[in-house]
Design a protein around this ligand. Structure first.
Ligand SMILES: Cc1ncc(COP(=O)(O)O)c(C=O)c1O
Length: 315
């Protein structure tokens, strides 16, 4: 049920939209009413979190940075020998068809999910998934809550850390997000909105659902990228800073530098750039919303989307 927002506060807060109660969902080549969009209890995604997903947004009929999202998805699926069985062009067609079936052109968010598919027995071995992948696209009406820009997100540093690539590489946008879910729970229990996660060496890395940036003395800093999601928005922000003469560094830094930041913000496809108002109870910047550089980067990003949409829409 698409319930109105209450006291919940997160980077994925959106404005209530009753149309999301009656969506049509893409499910294995068919577009079906939400109530009929069901997958098997034997599905590897349900049973083991054995699947990959992408979050994408539709702006004026264009799926923003579709190629970058597909590169990440296909790379992840190849790494875990998950055959999607569709080309990037076919996926684009499926997303467009689903958006059209819902009468959508803009302010739309898609969660595209690919699992290894139903298993013949309820055990772990990937070979038990024998009938091909399960492919689902939930395409929702979605407007990020504007209050986040004025209020910001409160982060708490949590005991749950980002892992080394040889355990479960953080670059997999896998269905299993238990590491991040545990981090989010720990942050909530500490009275914050979301979790700030460290890497195995204690350097500040990322949040449970977004990439993390700080602004210090006119410079924009983010982690080296070694332990976090290779976020499409993260890379766009880095590129925009470079193109616009804003010093940007991918480097190790500690909480000492994060607490003393002039501004901090999160990046992700859903919310673009979301300001951080406090970390572990310590106010960041003016604590009442986005700082000057965060706002400038938000504007540059919005302009980039406009340009990208105009270019893609014209081809
Ligand atoms: C853990 C995590 N960090 C960051 C991101 C943001 O990535 P993007 O900018 O590609 O949406 C995501 C989104 O899937 C994520 O799951």
């Amino acid at each position: 049920m698409n319930t109105p927002e209450t006291s919940r506060h997160s980077t994925h807060d959106g404005e209530f939209d009753a149309r999301n109660d009656t969506l049509k969902i893409y499910l294995n080549g068919r577009i079906v009413p939400k109530a009929e969009a069901l997958v098997s209890v034997y599905d590897s995604g349900f049973m083991l979190g054995d699947g990959m997903w992408e979050g994408m947004r539709l702006y004026d009929g264009v799926w923003a940075f579709f190629d970058e999202h597909m590169d990440r998805l296909f790379n992840s699926c190849k790494s875990v020998s998950l055959d999607i069985g569709m080309t990037k062009k076919e996926i684009l067609g499926a997303l467009n068809e689903t958006a059209a079936a819902n009468g959508m052109t803009t302010d739309v968010h898609c969660r595209l999910m690919i699992t290894r598919g139903p298993k013949v027995k309820p055990f772990q071995h990937p070979g038990l998934s024998r009938s091909g992948p399960t492919i689902v696209a939930i395409v929702e009406h979605s407007k990020p809550a504007t209050s986040l820009v004025s209020k910001g997100i409160r982060l708490a540093t949590v005991p749950q850390v980002r892992g080394l690539p040889m355990s479960q590489d953080a670059k997999y946008n896998s269905h299993s997000k238990l590491n991040c879910v545990i981090a989010c729970l720990q942050a909530e229990q500490a009275g914050a909105d979301e979790a700030l996660m460290l890497d195995p060496h204690g350097f500040v890395n990322t949040t449970n659902a977004c990439n993390f940036f700080i602004v210090r003395r006119g410079e924009v800093w983010t982690s080296t990228g070694d332990y976090c999601m290779n976020g499409v928005t993260r890379q766009k922000v880095i590129d925009l800073c470079r193109e616009n003469g804003i010093p940007v560094l991918e480097k190790n830094f500690s909480l000492y530098e994060a607490y003393g930041a002039d501004e901090a913000f999160l990046t992700g496809t859903f919310g673009a750039q979301t300001p951080v108002s406090e970390i572990d109870g310590k106010p960041i910047g003016n604590a009442s919303g986005a700082g000057t550089l965060t706002l400038r980067i938000r504007e540059l990003y919005a302009a980039l989307i406009k340009k990208h949409v105009a270019q893609c829409g014209a081809t």
